[in-house]
Design a protein around this ligand. Structure first.
Ligand code: G4P
Length: 534
């Protein structure tokens, strides 16, 4: 590993970076919160009034056609803005559980995560699933309890729900005074400051009144009853609550909790400020050779996302890279580890949803997107030629739903192969073929069934291919680890299918666990793996 470090100026730029992902159950307010954060950074001038998502304008981060139609986020987008001397990279993630693999890949590029919870609903099904994915990464998780302007669950109940259901300690940074019609604002525990809620119709500022708990004016401000309740709750929290321990936060063991209302723009700025104070600049990353320091003079990055046809007019394919160390400069020659080739990245861009701007320089912590002529795969490492490193790959989730996909118009064979292969390279689906059969039909495997809808929709819209889909009864997949095995000699049940992935590896699809046991017990020496090791 190289020990050369960057100039002071470049190191300061890296110090300013905060790269995080936002996760939530659909409708909890992730898009609204993202927009308000972007407003503070001046990245957008007017919020896209998420309310109109279904019929009017669309939120800046929801750009794909299918997202607009269904009102859900199916792919993640990346946005950058500056605020108070920080340079913030927000990674939006799909809320729907069927896309949790995409969320996992996005989290690989993030240093922390913000979990948005609807105060009236608490921990929801997808919160649980996305949180699990977050925990796999072991990154700090901040909680924003949203929609306090609506009747919310009891705040203590919300805390214990997060703790028991998600298995993470919580530490409220501020505490709400009422909710819904009786929502008066939040009390900042550390600054001993009351933030008074006033329905300002989405304006930037909310009334902030510095007031300690023992200030005699507090009763006048929020009413005697609310004051008594706040005093009681603060006493309880101070006595029995978990103290703020930044070490635990950074290990992902304790989640700082904030209450607010993204729609009415209440509590968003204090949240942003505290969040920036508590999170760290880009952290060292593990690679095969050891640890890569962000401030190292050697550039390194990895591809965490590939997206074809982001811009229909250009019909291009884009690879998203998270820079892990050093500085990237436009036109720089880099080494693509998996291809074993030097490449030049001439048009790197940074994204603001659909709008791209060319970047001249980017630092560790940043996300850049580069035009991909079909050379990148998810998990690939790009680094300085002089000091080569390799990041560990991003694991693929085992698909649980399978279908057979055929093109309707057999003359469009080429487009069918191109479409299915490109979408598979993005990691949105996995495709398999039956041995000795061509690619006129493929077997598609997905983690969530909504991915089938996205696939057929995209094949029509982006590749002009009508397809017919037939669902298959398989639920489990195993890679055959034995090399040079005569697959036709295997003894298998009629509920088991032999397929090959695009690299030619053999796999078995099973209808249930029983069939897996059967295959193992009837074929001595057969070795099956749950994940592809390639
Ligand atoms: P998501 O990205 O997590 O899916 O949620 P999104 O921001 O799209 O918000 C979902 C709905 O919740 C939106 O209403 C949005 O206006 C509303 N919302 C977000 N934050 C708040 C908040 O702080 N308070 C209140 N009262 N509402 C909030 P919508 O598009 O009209 O959808 P719906 O209400 O018809 O479901």
């Amino acid at each position: 590993m190289s020990d050369t470090v960057l100039s002071l100026q470049d190191r300061e730029e890296i110090e300013k970076r905060r790269t995080f992902a936002i996760i939530s159950h659909p409708d909890a307010g992730k898009t609204t919160l993202t927009e308000k954060l972007l407003l503070y950074g001046g990245a957008i001038v007017e919020a896209g009034m998420v309310k109109g998502k279904k019929n009017m304008r669309h939120a800046v981060s929801d750009w794909m056609e299918i997202e607009k139609q269904r009102g859900i986020s199916v792919t993640s987008s990346v946005m950058q803005f500056r605020y108070d001397g920080f340079c913030i990279n927000i990674l939006d993630t799909p809320g729907h559980q069927d896309f949790s693999e995409d969320t996992y890949r996005t989290l690989m590029a993030a240093d922390s995560a913000v979990m948005v919870i609807d105060g009236s609903k608490g921990v929801e099904a997808q919160t649980r699933k996305l949180f699990k994915v977050c925990r796999m990464r072991g990154i700090p998780i901040f909680t924003f309890i949203n929609k306090m302007d609506r009747e919310a669950k009891d705040s203590f109940d919300l805390m214990s729900e997060i703790e028991t259901e998600l298995g993470i300690e919580t530490c409220p940074i501020n505490w709400p005074i009422g909710s819904g019609k009786r929502f008066q604002g939040v009390y900042d525990r550390e600054k001993q400051r009351m933030l008074k809620f006033a329905a300002t119709g989405g304006a930037h500022e909310v009334a902030s009144v510095e007031m300690a708990l023992d200030d005699p004016g507090l009763g006048d401000l929020i009413g005697e009853e609310a004051r008594d309740q706040l005093l009681e709750e603060m006493e309880l929290l101070d006595g029995a609550g978990h103290p703020l321990d930044l070490d635990m936060v950074r290990k992902g063991e304790l989640s700082p909790v904030f209450f607010g209302s993204a729609l009415t723009n209440f509590g968003v700025e204090p949240f942003l400020e505290e969040f920036l104070r508590m999170t760290t600049s880009p952290l060292p990353r593990q690679c095969v050779e050891g640890v890569v320091e962000p401030a190292s003079a050697d550039f390194s990055a990895f591809v965490f996302k590939i997206q074809a046809n982001m811009n229909r007019a250009h019909r291009d394919r884009v690879a998203f890279m998270r820079i892990c160390s050093g500085v990237f400069e436009k036109g720089m020659e880099v080494y693509h580890v998996q291809q074993g080739k030097k490449i030049k990245i001439s048009q790197p861009t940074q994204l603001m949803a659909q709008d791209r701007s060319i970047v001249d320089k980017a630092w560790a912590g940043d996300i850049i997107s580069v035009f991909d002529p079909g050379i990148f795969s998810i998990g690939d490492t790009i680094c300085s030629s002089s000091n080569r490193v390799k990041f560990e790959g991003i694991p693929t989730f085992a698909p649980e739903h399978f279908c057979r996909l055929r093109q309707v118009d057999t003359l469009k064979r080429k487009q069918f192969i191109k479409g299915t292969t490109e979408i598979a390279q993005e990691g949105a689906i996995q495709i398999f073929v039956e041995p000795n059969k061509g690619m006129e039909e493929v077997i598609v495997g997905v983690v969530g069934t909504l991915q089938f809808d996205v696939l057929t929709h995209r094949l029509v819209n982006e590749y002009n291919i009508e397809t017919r889909m037939e669902s298959l009864p398989y639920e489990h997949i195993r890679w055959v680890e034995n090399k040079d095995l005569d697959m036709s000699a295997l003894t298998l049940t009629s509920d088991t299918k032999v397929v090959q992935d695009m690299k030619g590896n053999y796999l078995l699809l099973f209808a249930d666990e029983w069939n897996i046991d059967w295959a193992l017990s009837h074929n001595k020496g057969l070795k099956l793996a749950e994940f592809s090791r390639n």
